[in-house]
Design a protein around this ligand. Structure first.
Ligand code: HEM
Length: 404
């Protein structure tokens, strides 16, 4: 099949309802040649079987060195490129083996008490705001500070540095101009280099100290690998967890019968978290991939070096895979999803992400039984990015107590 003229799917209609656009694309073909808002041409894959196969296809490299068409998307500075999401095959296997030792289930369980305590403190602050102001922004008060605080713990950021660290992260996430992003990345990069030196001399038992000292048959992480990994943990761990907590709570508030069921039976919560990950996938796209040789997807010939975007959010609503895919159903039988990836790049932080989301939702459902949205859902503001779909704010309030 010769390449059809590229479509421009990421228009205003898309940002108003991305799932409607995915449904149209998916019904036409599994893969489309499209133009991104920055005019770069990519291949967008939307059907579940093809997205899953793409994630597992070793001919689809995440390494930018394989891009032949001048990939223009988001890139980190070259010094931060020695990270798991920019390498494949033996290089990836070596690095992943080294770092997996430190991402053990035991370490995640060790963090549970800390996550619960942090959640309780944030819930107290939220209750106070709701009492004094009547309204609070859940993104600002819980969904952002929880993962940020836990990542600060993982990296061993000393208390005195938490505020500037949070400010740089905010500047990177909510920039006033593109220059803010570049400046914030430079500040975080410089800070992480200092932090690695600090933890080399003063290990504190946290993840970063563990990564500094990890050894495997004489092999260890290089300086570039350490700082790149620390940066990746920050980037991958913060945004996604934040988005799942906020959009998860929004979804539950919009499905009050299911929220009530979870309140009555806490054993439904882990399944609800998986359904939230499927239904409100934070990362709409997997990281861009580049074919190392010409490949064919659903009859389309994709030349080596082109950019391929595997659309996780579209795959999760594919009726070929999920019955009534747009319906949110915490009791759904088939709960498997691709929100945490699939194949060799499967999310390293998945157990930690799941634990944090479970604790956050358990705290919210338990402590705030009368929670409700403070504005109509169509007035909520979402990020205008085709990569991730995230709430900018989530204003919440408490419903009046029923009259006795
Ligand atoms: C709900 C929260 C999270 C979601 C939805 C998520 C999603 C993902 C996805 C989709 C990938 C694969 C990307 C691809 O193949 O294109 C990935 C990889 C990764 N994630 Fe997560 N993630 C989350 C939380 C975290 C956390 C908390 C951490 C660390 C503390 C983390 C660290 C990583 C790392 C290091 C990789 C790269 C793994 C590799 O290439 O071998 N993630 N994540």
């Amino acid at each position: 099949m010769s390449a059809p003229a590229p479509q421009r799917p990421f228009d205003d209609a898309y940002f108003a309802d991305p799932y409607a656009v995915y449904a149209r694309l998916r019904s036409e073909r599994a893969v489309h040649h499209v133009l991104l808002p920055d005019e770069s041409r990519v291949w967008l894959v939307t059907r579940e079987a093809e997205v899953r196969a793409g994630l597992a296809d070793v001919r689809l490299s995440v390494n930018k060195q394989h891009a032949s068409t001048g990939y223009k998307g988001f890139s980190l500075p070259a010094t931060l490129d020695a990270n798991l999401l920019n390498i494949d095959a033996a290089d990836h296997l070596r690095l992943r083996r080294l770092v997996s030792k430190e991402f053990s289930p035991r370490r995640v369980e060790d963090l549970r008490a800390r996550v619960e305590q942090t959640c309780q403190n944030l819930a107290r602050r939220l209750a106070e705001l709701l009492r004094t102001d009547g309204v609070a922004d859940l993104v600002d008060v819980l969904a952002t500070p929880l993962p940020l605080s836990i990542i600060g713990d993982l990296l061993g950021v000393p208390d005195r540095d938490r505020r500037p660290f949070a400010n740089w992260v905010r500047m990177m996430q909510v920039p006033d101009s593109p220059k803010d992003i570049v400046d914030a990345i430079a500040c975080i990069h410089a800070y992480l280099l200092d932090l690695i030196e600090l933890r080399r001399n003063e290990p504190d038992g946290n993840l970063l100290s563990g990564l500094i000292s990890v050894r495997d048959e004489g092999d260890q992480l290089s300086g570039d690998e350490l700082v790149s990994l620390a940066f990746l943990i920050l980037m991958a761990g913060l945004d996604n967890t934040q988005h799942v907590i906020s959009s998860g709570i929004l979804t539950l508030l919009q499905h009050r019968d299911q929220l009530a069921a979870i309140r009555t039976d806490a054993s439904l919560l882990p399944g609800a978290v998986e359904e939230i990950l499927r239904h409100t996938t934070p990362n709409h796209m997997a990281i861009r991939r580049f074919p190392t040789e010409d490949i064919e997807i659903d009859g389309a010939l994709i030349p080596a070096g082109d950019t391929v975007l595997l659309c996780l959010a579209a795959a999760h609503r594919d009726p070929r895979r999920y019955p009534e895919p747009d319906r949110f159903d915490v009791l759904r039988d088939d709960k498997a999803h691709l929100a945490l990836g699939y194949g060799i790049h499967y999310c390293l932080g998945a157990p930690l992400a799941r634990m944090q989301i479970n604790v956050a939702l358990a705290t919210m459902t338990h402590c705030f039984p009368r929670l409700s949205l403070a504005v109509p859902a169509n007035e909520l503001s979402w990020s205008r990015s085709f990569r991730s779909h995230s709430l900018k704010q989530l204003p919440i309030t408490l419903e009046p107590a029923p009259r006795r």
